[in-house]
Design a protein around this ligand. Structure first.
Ligand SMILES: NC(=O)c1ccc[n+]([C@@H]2O[C@H](COP(=O)([O-])OP(=O)(O)OC[C@H]3O[C@@H](n4cnc5c(N)ncnc54)[C@H](OP(=O)(O)O)[C@@H]3O)[C@@H](O)[C@H]2O)c1
Length: 351
């Protein structure tokens, strides 16, 4: 075993909220990673989190957390509107950064994070766990080897019915509310990955994008669709919803068949096992490829980032999110929101 493989990467969690609990479990399931510290502003929540996950060091400010000299990397799990501020805080303390999706509320803010990480020579990754699951890597492989011929159309949806609570980060524009930021970002990321694979690149940007949807009474997008054109006869339809039942599926149609992922975003949901199925249908018939893994989904992104850190890399390898991928994702989200008449909510506009 190499020296690198023997070392454990020390993680700190900034913002011990809902999703941070799942992430902590993902760290526990990753032998080369350890959850050393957490930082939060709310003492009761922080101490419950600390007890639940056996976290050795608890800090009552985010500044004190990122200053811990024994931490290698900080996972930022605050609401989207604070990702830029808290991401810069971690980077400026010389720590690697894994930031929850969306990395920030506008492409220029994501660029700022990526640039800051480059300047500080630290790791940067946006936490799209589905992009780290083996079904995504296998999907890219199938597209590249032409399993269904030339890709013509991609359909991706992610949504459901959530109670409209104006206090919730999902419905509060000041906290980056709306379906596009919260769940629509997954279809954006995946269709750009597939379109890229179809065109022999890591990812592709739509040459045209139109949108439709519904803005709710709190001013956030509750239902949103986008039609994308990637050129060369490749199109995509994506959708997301906070206030409507929606299938969470991914369907890729090609000149020689179709690939369906019945569970593209959350195989195993939060607890695992994260088994997943890819359905491939061509003139030769229909077959299912199953991938089995007892771990929960967050363990895959922890592993991807931990491995990169152990190997001294400053970013993940595609199909996990790379910094360039994050910038393009944010750019398309900007376009989708603008097409719906939603305002730009980057740091400059909020200053
Ligand atoms: N990857 C996924 O599957 C997934 C799923 C859900 C959410 N997420 C992402 O994770 C992020 C957090 O979502 P969540 O559902 O975990 O949120 P949450 O339960 O509301 O937790 C947010 C945490 O952020 C901290 N915080 C700091 N400033 C805050 C402010 N002004 N208002 C509210 N909270 C503040 C709070 O920590 P203190 O204890 O310090 O007060 C809280 O613990 C979001 O960006 C979301 O997109 C990802």
């Amino acid at each position: 075993m190499s020296a690198a493989a023997e070392r454990q990467v020390a993680w700190g969690i900034l913002g011990p909220g809902t999703i941070a609990n799942n992430f902590a479990e993902g760290v526990r399931q990753t032998p080369s990673a350890m959850l050393l510290a957490a930082g939060g502003r709310t003492p009761e929540r922080l101490s419950v989190f600390g007890r639940k996950h056996g976290v050795e060091r608890l800090y009552d400010t985010y500044e004190a957390l990122v200053a811990d000299p024994d931490l290698d990397v900080i996972y930022v799990a605050t609401p989207h509107a604070f990702h830029l501020e808290h991401g810069l805080l971690a980077i400026s303390a010389g720590k690697g950064l894994m930031v929850e999706k969306p990395a920030a509320l506008a492409a220029r803010d994501v660029e700022q994070l990526v640039e800051a990480a480059k300047r500080a020579d630290v790791f940067f990754m946006e936490a799209y766990k589905c992009r780290c699951h083996p079904q995504t890597a296998r999907l890219v492989e199938l597209i590249r080897e032409g399993a269904i011929g030339a890709i013509q159309h991609i359909e991706a949806r992610n949504g459901g019915m959530v109670e409209r609570d104006p206090q919730s980060r999902l419905f509060d524009p000041a906290l980056g509310g709306g379906g596009i930021f919260d769940i629509g970002c997954y279809p954006v990321s995946t269709v750009q990955l597939i379109a890229g694979a179809a065109q022999g690149r890591a990812f592709a940007e739509p040459v045209a994008l139109t949108a439709s949807g519904e803005i709710g009474p709190t001013g956030v997008d509750e239902i949103a669709y986008a039609e994308m054109d990637f050129g060369n006869g490749l199109t995509a339809s994506i959708g997301c919803a906070l206030r409507m039942a929606m299938d969470d599926t991914l369907v890729i149609s090609g000149s020689e068949g179709q690939i369906v992922l019945p569970n593209p975003w959350r195989p195993g949901r939060n607890a695992g096992p994260s088994d997943a199925c890819i359905v491939i249908e061509t003139a030769n018939g229909k077959r299912e490829e199953w991938l089995y893994d007892p771990r929960q989904l967050f363990a895959f992104e922890v592993e991807v980032a931990t491995r990169a850190l152990l190997e001294g890399r400053k970013c993940a390898i595609s199909p996990a999110m790379t910094p360039e991928d994050s910038i393009l994702n944010a750019r398309t989200i900007d376009r989708w929101r603008a097409a719906l008449g939603l305002p730009v909510v980057d740091s400059a506009s909020r200053a």
